[in-house]
Ligand binder design. Structure first.
Ligand code: FES
Length: 109
């Protein structure tokens, strides 16, 4: 896999996100309250809202636009809503984060 360094976990606020621009688009990298890191496409499957500006709770994020809840683990919309965003593999080496874009930009199904 082709890993790309994206910074340190401390660059991301607890229960927050950082946006990483890549040629394929924007990726939202989230840090949960338990210090887990997840990366998903920064585009809500509903109407493209910026998920990186949403509220993180557990292993999910609530979209800031219309409150869809998206799983950070598999990119799926939770509850009654249907849709998914792509998930991107993240590696955490003692706090140094990398993402992999190939074959990462695959649809989460
Ligand atoms: S754009 Fe995210 S809930 Fe509507």
């Amino acid at each position: 896999m082709n890993w790309i360094a994206i910074g340190h976990i401390d660059d991301i606020p607890l229960r927050g996100a950082r946006c990483v621009r890549v040629p394929e688009g924007k990726i939202a990298v989230f840090r949960t309250a338990e210090n887990e890191v997840f990366a998903i496409e920064d585009q809500c499957p509903h109407k493209g809202g910026p998920l990186s500006q949403g509220i993180v709770h557990g292993k999910a994020v609530t979209c800031p636009l219309h409150n869809w809840v998206i799983s950070l683990e598999n990119g799926q919309a939770l509850g009654a809503d249907e849709g998914a965003v792509r998930t991107i593999p993240v590696r955490n080496d003692d706090g140094l984060l990398s993402i992999s874009l190939e074959p990462a930009m695959m649809a989460a199904e």
